[in-house]
Write a protein that binds this ligand. Structure first.
Ligand SMILES: C[S@@+](CC[C@H](N)C(=O)[O-])C[C@H]1O[C@@H](n2cnc3c(N)ncnc32)[C@H](O)[C@@H]1O
Length: 194
């Protein structure tokens, strides 16, 4: 049985919407990013596999964003929006005010455009998304907060890490088992915003 079959079947069996759920479960078990009191803002949420996992981890409101539609997840506030559009900040701000959310404890992103197969292009687009999310974290993530980001590793990864790691108490790169070995995706964890 190959890797895809294993996680695909497991996801079906456990009623997760995508095999990606297992990446978040593994990272959470290792790094404890979310707790029961965490207000979470999730980027690149559709179809909702991570969202289902986040729901199991926190009792607090969750805001999930995707450029595409997502089938509803109970009690999850969904924003259909583009991370790279300049109005995303306003969309988040309005949604937080409307729902009486003052600040966010955890930023999560599994966002990625459809990969082209051209490594430089894919990693640059991924880097651009990650930069935008980190810029948003300066405004919405509270001191002490955590971030988990997917990034397609490339030339900009070191620059990205050098720029952001000093703004947190801890950082780490990880690659969960459910992530295909041949894929350049990595997950970057920043804990404890300073
Ligand atoms: C790998 S999928 C996420 C899977 C999800 N974590 C799950 O467990 O079901 C990546 C998502 O990123 C979204 N995405 C890509 N670029 C985006 C952008 N600029 N703004 C918002 N969402 C984006 C895609 O629409 C896609 O749904």
């Amino acid at each position: 049985m190959n890797r895809k079959d294993k996680y695909y079947k497991k996801a079906k069996k456990q009623n997760y919407r995508s095999r990606a759920s297992f990446k978040l479960i593994e990272i959470q078990n290792k790094f404890n990013i979310i707790n029961k009191n965490s207000y979470v803002l999730e980027f690149g949420a559709s179809p909702g596999g991570w969202t289902q996992v986040i729901k199991q981890l926190t009792d607090m409101p969750i805001i999930s964003i995707d450029i595409n539609k997502m089938p509803p997840v109970d009690n999850v506030i969904f924003i259909q929006g583009d991370i790279l559009n300049s109005n995303i900040e306003e969309q988040i701000d309005e949604t937080m005010s409307k729902n009486n959310i003052k600040s966010i404890d955890v930023f999560l992103s599994d966002a990625m455009v459809k990969t082209s197969g051209i490594a430089e292009k894919d990693s640059y687009e991924s880097y651009t998304i990650c930069e935008q999310i980190m810029a948003l974290s300066e405004e919405f993530l509270k001191t002490g907060g955590n971030v988990l980001l997917k990034q397609f590793q490339g030339e900009m990864t070191n620059e990205f890490l050098n720029k952001w790691r000093d703004k947190f108490q801890f950082y780490k790169i990880t690659k969960p088992h459910a992530s295909r070995k041949e894929s350049r995706e990595i997950y970057i964890i920043f804990k404890g915003k300073i």
